[in-house]
Design a protein around this ligand. Structure first.
Ligand code: SF4
Length: 225
């Protein structure tokens, strides 16, 4: 029986990217070896946030819960979901006619049949070659005014035929230099670049489902943790 370590699952809507605004059931899994300094899902991996016991759930129970919510899509996220074997979960969801989306850094092979793959590359673990072709959209986290140009040096973003969303890293989402860099990049380059945002954070839509957990951001930790 396929079981997965579940951090939280909740019904909300997709706040980012091509499917923004769609009713979505989120399944957030434990574990991430990437350790970004600004991670807002630190509860899935950081020792100061991680619970002592981790709940494991059978894939068919997760799929049943998702089905009962009647969402338009199901989003598997983390942590880094692709470190897990998702074949069983994807199968259970798709057999209930639920489109399966995954949000991954792209550094690991994706196990399981997905209907939509969002790759948000991270410096500590860049995407592997096989995932470059599989992405349906890209999400670049813009940490400073040089981020976009730096990513364009290591990934063929300008040649992508899928959207490349430029999201301000949340703690920088009011930084005028970061916002200006996105504004200018989109205006100068056009497709595939698109300005993006984490709209759900403004609506606090996740938190209205009592199964969701408060955001576990590394910015809430003391500096020496
Ligand atoms: Fe957090 Fe994602 Fe970075 Fe992992 S890859 S540390 S979950 S932001």
């Amino acid at each position: 029986m396929s079981e997965l370590p579940v951090y939280e699952r909740f019904h909300s809507w997709q706040g980012e990217g091509y499917h923004m605004g769609k009713s979505a059931f989120f399944i957030r899994l434990h574990g991430c070896p990437v350790h970004c300094p600004w991670c807002d899902s630190a509860g899935t991996w950081h020792p100061d946030h991680k619970p002592q016991s981790i709940k494991r759930m059978p894939a068919h129970d997760l799929a049943d819960e998702a089905f009962l919510a009647c969402p338009e899509i199901v989003v598997i996220t983390g942590g880094e979901p692709a470190i897990h074997d998702l074949i069983g979960l994807a199968y259970q969801l798709r057999s209930r006619n639920l489109p399966v989306h995954i949000e991954t850094c792209g550094a690991y092979p994706i196990m399981g049949e997905m209907d939509w793959i969002t790759i948000s590359p991270k410096w500590a673990a860049p995407p592997i070659e096989e995932n470059l072709e599989r992405a349906d959209e890209w999400k670049i986290i813009v940490e400073d005014e040089h981020s976009i140009a730096k990513w364009c040096e290591v990934l063929p973003l300008k040649n992508m035929d899928t959207p490349v969303w430029l999201h301000p890293e949340w703690s920088q989402s009011k930084n005028p230099m970061v916002l200006h860099s996105i504004n200018e990049w989109v205006k100068e380059n056009g497709f595939p670049f698109r300005a993006g945002f984490q709209l759900h954070k403004i609506f606090k839509s996740d938190q209205e489902d009592k199964r969701s957990k408060p955001e576990a951001s590394l910015s809430h930790l003391p500096e020496d943790s």
